[in-house]
Write a protein that binds this ligand. Sequence first.
Ligand SMILES: CC(C)(COP(=O)(O)OP(=O)(O)OC[C@H]1O[C@@H](n2cnc3c(N)ncnc32)[C@H](O)[C@@H]1OP(=O)(O)O)[C@@H](O)C(=O)NCCC(=O)NCCS
Length: 178
Amino acid sequence: MREYIITTQRLGLRNWLPSDEAPFIEMCQDEAVMKHFPKVLSKEETLGLIGRLKAHFEEHGYCYFAVDLLETSEFIGFTGLANQIWESAFTPCVDIGWRLKRAAWGKGYATEAAAACLNAAFTTFNLNEVLAFATNTNSASEQVMKKLGMNYIGNVQHPLIENDDRFTHCVVYKVLRN
Ligand SMILES: CC(C)(COP(=O)(O)OP(=O)(O)OC[C@H]1O[C@@H](n2cnc3c(N)ncnc32)[C@H](O)[C@@H]1OP(=O)(O)O)[C@@H](O)C(=O)NCCC(=O)NCCS
């Protein structure tokens, strides 16, 4: 059994492994998965992202965790927590994020993994609040925020997408400890 930081009924959340590289590169080149981002990622960009997530885990004990299906050990994407330090009215903060491969959508996995992450955020990691960001066109992501009991607190222009007309604003949601 792999070493999981968090488990749920169906999912195991863990630090990143070399075996995640190939499936995550494929995921991040899927236009549907990356529809709400400025572009798909090159192999090098995805490997860079994995490197940053692993470094974040080493420093803070959490990151956007790699997610496996417990039944098969299949890697299906990420869900987790990350420190956000880009400049805005809502940052610095810790946010919760999710990105799953297309075949894993619509089964409640993102909500299941994220609910466990929020629980860990307020117990294990002793955080007082967690925010979530999504482009205002990303209804599935916003729906996950709502299902988690997070509340809409405003809009923000993310610096990574400010020059992209497809995304005028990101919605911002928040949940407090308790
Ligand atoms: C966002 C994402 C992680 C959701 O994963 P998931 O496991 O399918 O999520 P869940 O099944 O837990 O919940 C999704 C909810 O959104 C709803 N939904 C899905 N597509 C939708 C759409 N186009 N419009 C409105 N609601 C939608 C689902 O019906 C479900 O809500 P319900 O349970 O009330 O019916 C997944 O779609 C994904 O990886 N997308 C690409 C990456 C991405 O955009 N990440 C977020 C960046 S902010």
